[in-house]
Design a protein around this ligand. Structure first.
Ligand code: AMP
Length: 122
């Protein structure tokens, strides 16, 4: 897969507001937050989309959710609640092709996550 901006963040080539790091993953605040709290948890291993997850990635993919919950607790949004989202491809609204778990919180979130009729229901 071609290198994304997230690989550059992992390699320290561009800066990010990092909130957590370990040997498997990195978490940083989203540059264009959609909620008062909005951070991303990404694996250090580049995997383009959820569709590309293999058996070998099971541990790290589970670890993303573990870290999301840990950082959400540290940020004090665990009690009121928050949302985790992983977008996939065009219909999912994915724009960076390196899997990432969005964690959104700090206010009451809307549902469903679209304003127009979704394309697959037209
Ligand atoms: P998605 O649309 O699901 O692929 O999400 C990609 C997310 O990455 C968006 O919410 C962007 O705002 C965020 N993003 C893109 N570039 C950066 C960056 N350099 N630092 C932090 N977040 C970024």
């Amino acid at each position: 897969m071609s290198e994304t901006i997230f690989t550059k963040i992992i390699n320290g080539e561009i800066s990010a507001d990092i909130v957590y790091e370990d040997e498997l993953c990195l978490a940083f605040n989203d540059i264009n937050p959609q909620a008062p709290v909005h951070f991303l948890v990404i694996p250090k291993k580049p995997v383009a989309t959820i569709n590309d997850i293999t058996e070998a990635d099971r541990e790290v993919v589970g670890h993303l959710t573990f870290v999301a919950a840990k950082v959400a607790k540290e940020m004090g949004i665990d009690h009121e609640g928050y949302r985790t989202v992983m977008n996939c491809n065009e219909f999912g609204g994915q724009s960076v092709y390196h899997i990432h778990l969005h964690v959104l919180g700090g206010k009451l979130l809307g549902w469903p996550p679209y304003t127009d009729k979704p394309k697959n229901l037209e």
